[in-house]
Structures are given as C-alpha cells and as structure tokens.
Design a protein around this ligand. Structure first.
Ligand code: ADP
Length: 767
C-alpha cells in the first residue's frame, strides 16, 4: 500500500508516517499542495491522507486540486475536531471518508486507508461495467427504454431517439403511452398490466403484429421485449424495441414475389397442359387424314407399284403410326395431375389382372413367365396404377432380348407407403443411363431394334412423383433390371382425413345436461359448431326445414337425449331413420345408464351409437372422431358391403369407453375390420388380446402388434408372426421390450429390421 500524507505540520506528519510504516505501508509525505501534486504525478499512490488546512491552498480548494490531478485515487480527509464541516463537504464531493487527528487510533487509521482503497477498487470496477453497459446500450440497434413501476420513462438510449423521434430529455418522465399509437393505448397497457399481474414470468416477448408510434405521428410495426426487475420492493421495467418496418416490407415483398412466381408457374403449367392437350387433339385430326389416305393408297396400289414407291408408302404408314403413339403418350403425360392425390383406394391385385389381360397377346407370344405376390391397396387413382404397371410390364416383355421373359412383382410395406418392385431378365440397362431413361422421349435403342416413343417411363415417373413417391432402376447391361417405386398406402390417408368443422345438433331438454355437453365439447380438441334444440318436435321441425331449404347442409352428427316430453328420443330416431334424406346422419343416443346391459341393448338397437351421461370431453371426442372418421372414409373392398350396423360396431370396437363385455362380443365379429378395431383399442382386456394375436386375419394381428398395452408374452409370439406387416408393426411399437426389438433387428425383412433399429435408437436416446 502506497500512501501519500499531505500535512503541513511536520510533527503530525512524522508521527503518522511512522505509525503507518510500522504496519507495512510505504509512505510519502508532502507539507504543501504543490509538492503533493508533484508526488501524485511522479509516484504510484494508492490512497491520499489529506489535511485541508494547507498554507498555500486552504480549505476545500485543496481537495478539488488533488482530486483533479488524480481522479481515481481515494482520498481520506485528515482533519481537526473543529474542521469537521469542511471535511463533510469534501466527503459529499467524493472524498471516501474523514478521520480526526489525535482521536483516530493508528490501527483504525490504517484500516480506514485499506478500506478506502478496496472500496475505490470496487467502485471503479462497477463504474467500468456500467460504462460498458452504457456503450452497449448506446450502440444497440434496438431502442432501449427503462421505466419505473408506473411505466414512466427513466432511461432512453440513442437508438430510442432515432426510433421514436424524441430526444432523451423530452422522453424522460413521460409515460410509455407516448410511444403507443393512440387507438391501441388502452389495449396495450391493459395487456401489459394483466400479463405481469397474472404471470410469474419476468419477460414478455411480443414478436408479431405490435405497433409503436413516432413523434411525427407515423405508426410502425415493432418487435418488443419487456422484462421487469424487482428493486427496492417495487418493479422496474425495461424494454427493447425494434422497428421492423424494413423486415416486414422485405418479407411482404418476398411473399409477393413467391406468390407471383408460383401463380406464373401455375399459369404456365396450366397453359402447357392445355397446349399439350389441344395440340395433341388437333394434331390427331390431320394425322388421321394422312393415315387414312396412306392406307387407301396402299390398298389401291397393292401389287401395282414397284418396290421403291411401295416401300415409301410403308414408311409413311409406319411414321404416322409412330406419330399417333407419340401424340397419345404426350396427351397421357399432360393429363397426369398432381392434384389427383385424393382419397383413392385402388386394389393393385385387380389392377394386375386388368394389365395382364390387356397384354395377353404379347404374353402368349413371348411365353412369358410371371410371378405376382399378393399386392396391397394404394391411394392412387386406378387408371394411373394400370398405366404404371402396364408400361413397366410391357417394357419387360419388349426388352427381353433373346430370352423367354421372366417377370416378378412384389410389394413391401415401409411405414406409410408401399415399395413395389418389378424385376425382369431383360437385356438390362447401362447404369449411366439409369436416370436419363425417365426423361421424356429418352430412348436407348434405335426404332428398328425396339419400337417405342420414349414416353413410357416418363409417364411412370410423373404418376409416381405426383403422389409424393420415387421411382428408380437397378440394373446392369445383360443382367435384367429391377424397377422400384413407392406409392402412398391407403391407411395413411384414412387416418389423416377429418373434416375441418363438425356440425352437431344437440337435442336435449335438461338445461344442466346441455351445459355439460357444451363444456365437454369446449374441452375436447374438436372443431365444431353446435345447434341446440330442446325437444323432439323442435328437432324434427329443424331437420325438415334444413332438408327443404336449398344450399343448407344437414348436421354431421345428432346427439339425442332419450327422455324428452312431447316426442321422446326413440320416436325421433325412428322418424330420422325412416326418412330417406335424414337417415344417413349418425345419431348418438345420450342415456343415463352405464350398465353393460344397456350397452348391449344399444348394440342391438338398429342404427344408433350410444354414450352414457355425464358426457365428458374425452368420451365425446373419441366417439365423434371415430364416427366421423368412418363416415368420411371412402369405401374400399373390405368395407364396401358394411352396412350401418357394421359401422356402429366398428365405432364401438374402437371406442376405449366401450365396456369389456361388449368388446368381448365384438372380438368375435365376423368382420375382420371390427376385430381389428378391437385389437387396436387401448382398453381391450389382455385375455382378448391373446386371442386376437392368433386371429387368422393379418390386419387383426397387426392391430394387436400396434397396441400399446400388449403384455410381453404376446409380443414374443407376434415377433415370430409369418406376416412381415405384423412384425413391422411390432418393430415400430415403442413399448416393446428391448430384447424383442434386438431380435427384430436381425429380421430377414429389411424394413422390419430397419424399423426395429430406429425404434431401438429412439428408446436409447430417451433413456
Ligand atoms: P420406350 O420403351 O418407348 O423406348 P420408355 O420410356 O418406356 O420408352 O423406356 C426408355 C428406355 O429405357 C427404353 O428405350 C429402354 O432402353 C430402357 N428400358 C426401359 N425398360 C427397360 C427394361 N425393362 N429393360 C431394359 N431396358 C429398359
């Protein structure tokens, strides 16, 4: 510690110096202001012990002079008892402290000096960090505002001046309201108060659609972050505000550009499609004329012409035939539209039957051998699937070379799509052309060796890619080829489909039950609109009026109370179900009973669903969703004949609130789909699951394999299931024990093993 004693009395100075030196300090002394200032300039001093009564500069001026020369060095005033006022004044202006000569002990003086140095260091560090913060705030691209608990502005950086147009002096003391647009003030301030009073969160980030106002009155979009700090039992608020006008503009501009471009693209696509369509239609007409007259010419000159002119006519006929094929292919290509990705369910087995019958002649001629596995349903329009398989199989026949063609068709499930393969023993394709062959008009052979337009694979590619799939070939010259492609499975589409808003008619006379049902619906995740009528007569009036007024839609579901005055639920149900228009609306009976017998009764009752009161959000949501899902489901081969009773059974089978007794009955249903729904039901008793795990239908066993409540013993059994689908379902089930998954990783089917590895990874990532 280096101390400078500034003391005019040499005796006092000496005494103090010795006392401090004894305590390990290095001490310098000055008896007047001038030498003191010199000392400060030349020596390293940590603290000054200053007597204010110097002969050359008496009073507070001495303090200012010393302080001015060494602003960072702490000063302790060394004063006489009766000079205390002067010492206090110096403390007010920045001296660290004062001590009384002859009163302060040597130890206390030494400690006081040590403390002064320490405090000065801390203050310096604090000042530096404040300065740094200030620099950061002043250079920030965000406006920074701090406010007291009454939202009055207490600080305002340079960027705030730029953003809001108010100078700091003008802004300080104003309310935050001055930067909020007038029409939004109430709403914003109320929102802020409410947020901070209700939330324990200390930060509120408002990133979109908020506005601030400039001093010139113009409003601008702003991104705002507000946080609060507790200080002296009151809150302070700080806000960062960023003017996002430019960002918004450029986003809007970008969006506009994208919209403009996609519109142009759509327009030019449509124009192209129209052009291809019209051109190919119109081109066909003159072509038919040329073809017709060339044929006439050939017939009328048959045997009369010399070889050359006769050959020329043959060339014309051949050319026109090829042109016709080309035009047809271009037309087909142009008509494949990606918006066709709709709710189709096409059975590929019957597609193959059709294709084989179309290609029957060449199959007979070439004596081709075909092996076709059982194929699935796909969510693609039928004629496109026919086209796809027909092009691939006819290529396999065409490019057979000198061998008897062998063609193998397979399909494997991979999560939500099917991977098909068409393998042949053809002349094969050089891998360097494996992408090019899918281009329009791309051909690898001259027309004399193999006829064709080069459009077949381009059409296949367009069909597959417009359904979100991929198509590729694996081949080598001379070693046959395998064409692989993916198509969306029907199941995925089925699960995805759900109408946006469900219209519900509630027929109920008890106000408390109406309220309960309304609340249950509110709490569910359904998007719905509900109309309430209070008795059966009113319900029928309402429905009949809807039926008669054009343009009005009928409700999607009716929730019907059984016990009502005037006309009870059974009567209403009877009328609805005997009306040719109304009968298609599913009716859910609301009953007060929870007894199994009543569930069974409801099962027997023709065409109704059942829900026991009190209606809860979960019960209602599950039931309405499953009714709706089945209602909107497009019928495929398996449910084409399912009548409404079957439909109800399906809903009950999938409903976790259906009683175990009813589920036991449904597990014996003759319809595979009903049993499958029971197998998927999370509440199904384990004894039933054991039975369903041995069901002859693959889909039912698949349902069990995907059920999250299956015990390990059943899972072990299913891991040995002959169906790859079932094992695939199991491999994707995250509840399955690790040892079974590890076995499935070695499954012979690559999809099963890769799905099992994926599930294993997910499980180990979680744990
Ligand atoms: P096209 O058969 O009319 O020439 P495609 O688009 O159907 O047109 O096929 C493009 C090219 O791909 C064919 O010219 C042929 O060289 C090759 N190709 C297609 N399928 C096979 C196959 N199964 N085996 C060998 N080559 C094939």
């Amino acid at each position: 510690m280096h101390i400078l004693i500034v003391e005019h009395n040499p005796a006092q100075s000496k005494l103090t110096r010795i006392a401090l030196q004894e305590r390990g300090a290095e001490v310098h002394c000055a008896t007047a202001l001038e030498p003191a200032l010199e000392c400060l300039l030349k020596l390293k001093i940590d603290v000054v012990l200053l007597d204010l009564a110097l002969p050359d500069s008496p009073g507070i001026e001495t303090f200012y002079q010393i302080r001015g020369k060494a602003p960072g060095i702490p000063i302790i005033i060394f004063t006489e008892q009766d000079d205390q006022n002067l010492a206090l004044e110096a403390v007010k202006h920045g001296a660290q402290d004062y001590v009384l000569k002859n009163v302060v002990g040597d130890d206390s003086l030494f400690r006081c000096l040590q403390y002064a140095i320490e405090r000065s260091r801390v203050e310096l560090a604090l000042r530096k960090s404040e300065e740094r913060l200030r620099v950061i705030l002043e250079n920030s691209h965000d406006a920074f505002i701090s406010m007291d608990s009454k939202w009055r502005i207490t600080d305002w950086n340079t960027q705030a001046e730029k953003t809001f147009g108010w100078q700091k002096e003008e802004a300080l003391g104003q309310s935050i309201a001055s930067i909020i647009p007038h029409h939004l003030r109430k709403q914003y301030l109320h929102g802020l108060e409410e947020y901070f009073s209700k939330n324990s969160e200390e930060i509120l980030k408002i990133t979109n659609e908020s506005f601030a106002v400039h001093s010139d009155g113009h409003e601008f979009p702003a991104e705002i972050g507000i946080f609060r700090i507790m200080e002296d039992s009151d809150y302070l608020f700080c806000a960062f505000v960023r003017d996002i006008t430019a960002r918004k503009k450029s986003n809007e501009e970008l969006e506009r550009l994208i919209e403009e471009r996609s519109e142009k693209l759509m327009q030019s696509n449509e124009e192209l499609r129209q052009f291809a369509k019209i051109a190919s239609h119109d081109l066909q007409e003159p072509l038919r004329a040329v073809q017709g007259f060339a044929n006439l010419l050939a017939e009328s000159t048959k045997g009369k012409l010399e070889k050359d002119p006769s050959d020329f006519i043959d060339y014309i006929l051949d050319g026109t035939q090829r042109m016709q094929d080309l035009i047809r292919s271009v037309l087909t290509h142009s008509q494949i539209n990606s918006s066709d990705f709709g709710d189709y369910s096409t059975n590929c087995n019957s597609v193959i039957e059709e294709v084989l019958s179309n290609l029957n002649t060449s199959i007979q001629e070439t004596e081709a051998y075909l092996e076709v596995d059982k194929l699935p349903q796909v969510a693609v329009e039928r004629s496109q699937v026919v086209q796809l398989f027909q092009n691939l199989i006819s290529n396999a026949l065409k490019y057979r070379g000198s061998k008897t063609p062998e063609i193998y068709l397979k399909a494997e499930k991979s999560v939500d799509k099917w991977l098909f393969s068409v393998r042949d023993n053809s002349i094969g394709i050089d891998p360097k052309y494996s992408e090019k062959i899918f281009d329009m008009f791309a051909r690898l052979h001259g027309k004399t060796s193999y006829p064709g337009s080069g459009m077949g694979l381009a059409i296949c590619k367009k069909i597959v890619t417009s359904h979100g799939g991929d198509i590729w070939v694996e081949s080598e010259l001379g070693h046959g080829s395998i064409f692989l492609f993916t198509l969306p499975s029907v199941r995925k589409l089925r699960r995805k489909k759900m109408k946006d808003q469900i219209e519900i008619l509630l027929v109920e006379d008890t106000p408390s039950d109406i309220r309960l049902t309304q609340e249950a619906l509110k709490r569910s995740d359904l998007k719905y609109e509900m109309i309430v009528v209070n008795d059966g007569v009113e319900a029928m009036d309402y429905l009949n009026k809807l039926k008669e007024s054009a343009g009005k839609t009928l409700p999607d579901i009716i929730l019907l109370d059984l016990n009502m005055p005037k006309k009870n639920g059974h009567e209403v149900l009877d009328e609805i179900k005997n009306d040719s228009v109304l009968k298609k609306i599913p009716v859910v009976l609301l009953t007060v009973s929870q007894r199994d017998e009543d569930v069974m009764e409801a099962l027997k009752l023709k065409m109704n669903y059942y829900i026991a009161k009190p209606v809860t959000a979960q019960k209602l949501a599950v039931l309405i969703k499953s009714i709706h899902e089945l209602q909107t489901e497009k019928s495929d081969d398996t449910i084409a004949h399912s009548n409404e009773e079957n439909h109800i059974r399906l809903v009950l089978a999938g409903n976790p609130h259906t009683s175990p007794i009813a589920l036991t009955q449904l597990a014996d249903d003759s319809n595979d789909r009903v049993r499958c729904r029971v197998a998927e039901n999370a509440q199904v008793p384990q004894t039933l699951l054991a039975k369903l795990a041995n069901d002859p239908s693959t889909e039912v066993r698949l349902g069990v394999s995907e059920n999250l409540n299956v015990p390990a013993s059943i899972l072990e059994l299913l891991a040995q299931d002959p169906s790859e689908d079932v094992r695939l379902g199991l491999a994707g089930n995250p509840r399955i024990p690790e040892h079974i998954l590890k076995n499935l990783v070695n499954d012979e089917n690559i999809h099963v093993s890769s799905s099992a590895s994926k599930t294993l990874c997910q499980i180990s990532a979680k744990s």
